[in-house]
Design a protein around this ligand. Sequence first.
Ligand SMILES: [Fe+2]
Length: 199
Amino acid sequence: MAFSLPDLPYAHDALAPFLTKETLEFHHDKHHQAYVTNGNNLVKGGEFEGKSLEDVIKGSFGKHAGVFNNVAQIYNHNEYWKCMKPNGGGKIPGALEKALVDAFGSVDKAKEEIVQAGVTQFGSGWAWLAVKDGKVIVTKTPNGENPLVHGATPILTVDVWEHTYYIDYRNRRPDYLKAFVDHLVNWEYAAELYAAATK
Ligand SMILES: [Fe+2]
């Protein structure tokens, strides 16, 4: 089975004004689609054909840069879209809220750390909440890399490639990240992933 581009879980204009229809049209329909197309072309006929996204990511890391970069970006974007929702950023389900307070001291501090990770990721990359050894951590990765190749399970991801924010925020990456944590995060989805990663 080749990899495919999942539909957005909402309309292209549903995250406006924080991310506009134009941004989602380019980011999902063009950039994410390109990773799917290139990933399928690179995997075809080789040792990774027919394997799951996670297996290809873990198997190609550090060995097959082209395959890794494209297939990891398919996974990262699949997760990114699900990590947002219209009217997001509200109340955090209890178990995850408690885990964030335990790990960072408060929910506000956890949000600050996510923003800070995104702001300080030099160049293209991603900021994450992940579960490692049963504990919630904030981490950042360059390019297509993600926590799966560092023994951690992602529970929230935010894309900080320029293609994510340049139409709506120009060079103001911190403003985009602030809008993400305050207005876009789908905490219910993150809580589902947290529960699965800690059961
Ligand atoms: Fe992206």
